[in-house]
Design a protein around this ligand. Structure first.
Ligand SMILES: NC(=O)C1=CN([C@@H]2O[C@H](COP(=O)(O)OP(=O)(O)OC[C@H]3O[C@@H](n4cnc5c(N)ncnc54)[C@H](O)[C@@H]3O)[C@@H](O)[C@H]2O)C=CC1
Ligand SMILES: O=C(O)C(=O)Cc1ccc(O)cc1
Length: 308
């Protein structure tokens, strides 16, 4: 199989960057050398210890030197500042991409720093877990999952095709989407559900009549499945809500309207409303599972390839 990029730089060595690295290694021929940079010495030390990246650099500037593909794998709010720092040191003709969960804001904050002759192709793998950090990644994360590419104007089709080929070799299926639509779709399918899961944990914690140990002991009854994603990284999710404000507020508005309607049905004893609502939503949820698109409970327990 052909090599797609010679030198790749991963900036921010957490769940996504480490999974990308192990998936590149699994392929064996996809790329030449992978350089990595992490902000803290502790993360760089961990990366060196577990063999994450062919070379771990002490600065982002060093990592991007001569890179043909630079992947920004930091929280969404850090994308612009990181881009500003590395911009003068990029190889002419290289491609910059990112893996951020929000696309409009990343495009707005990264684009002003782009040097002439560097191509920016924003991306988002719709794959992850509630775990974070350099030791949480595994090669199979992207297998059969979608990666959305959100090309901005002026990037040659060949560079988009190259990045698509890269993601496909990491195991993903690739679609193209525009940024506003991406941010609305993700507000429905990911961002608002995370907010609601965080809220449910907060509610359980605030309710003094139910002890923490009872919540843990009896959490099999829905709470555990429903709130798995509330164990996710707080910095990452703070940035998602600050940067996908409009779409999240729109979906949250609709959510609270529906919730109030259900609340009213419970108060007034309107069983028909509750039954009809649950019948409709159950059919939708079952349809999602049958279509093989169930992303709510991925079974990553089966195969995981990471540090040796
Ligand atoms: N966790 C998930 O399930 C998914 C996350 N994403 C996106 O991928 C990106 C990375 O997320 P993860 O790998 O999960 O996060 P992570 O928390 O595992 O890793 C992020 C890394 O970025 C570093 N970092 C933070 N601020 C930085 C800064 N200012 N400069 C340099 N490095 C900095 C952190 O130290 C950490 O090593 C985020 O933008 C997130 O929205 C996309 C898909 C799934
Ligand atoms: O753990 C889960 O189920 C997730 O939802 C992971 C996830 C988090 C953020 C993304 O932008 C994409 C995927």
């Amino acid at each position: 199989m052909e090599q797609v990029y010679d030198r790749v730089a991963l900036i921010g060595l957490g769940l996504i960057a480490s999974s990308m690295f192990w998936a590149m290694k699994r392929d064996g021929q996809l790329v030449g050398e992978v350089a990595g940079f992490a902000r803290t010495e502790a993360t760089r030390e961990t990366a060196r210890r577990i063999g994450l990246c062919d070379v771990v650099c002490d600065s982002a500037i060093e990592a991007v030197k001569d890179a043909d593909l630079v992947v920004l794998c930091v929280p969404v709010g850090a994308m612009g500042p990181v881009m500003e720092e590395i911009a003068p040191h990029l190889k002419p003709g290289c491609t910059i991409t990112d893996v951020g969960s929000v696309k409009g804001d990343v495009i707005r904050t990264v684009t002003p720093h782009l040097p002439e002759g560097v191509f920016f192709v924003p991306g988002h793998p719709l794959a992850g877990t509630e775990h974070s950090g350099p030791e949480s990644g595994f090669a199979e994360l992207f297998d059969n999952r979608w990666t959305l590419l959100v090309p901005v104007e002026g990037v040659p089709d060949a560079e988009i095709a190259r990045l698509r080929a890269f993601w496909e070799r990491l195991g993903a299926n690739v679609d193209l989407m525009d940024a506003d639509h991406h941010d609305l779709v993700l507000a429905v399918t990911s961002h608002t559900p995370h907010l609601i899961a965080y809220t449910m944990v907060g509610v359980a914690d605030d309710l003094r009549r139910v002890t923490d140990s009872e919540v843990i002991k009896y959490s099999a009854a829905g709470f555990r499945d429903f709130t798995r994603i509330a164990a996710s990284d707080p910095t990452m999710w703070r940035d998602v809500f600050l940067t996908n404000k409009d779409a999240t507020l729109e979906i949250l508005g609709r959510f609270t309207e529906e919730l109030f309607a259900l609340q009213r049905a419970i108060r007034t004893g309107d069983g028909d409303h509750l039954h009809a609502y649950f019948t409709r939503t159950r059919a939708i949820r079952r349809g999602i599972i049958q279509a093989g698109q169930d992303t709510a409970a991925p079974d990553f327990g089966r195969v995981k390839t990471g540090p040796k």
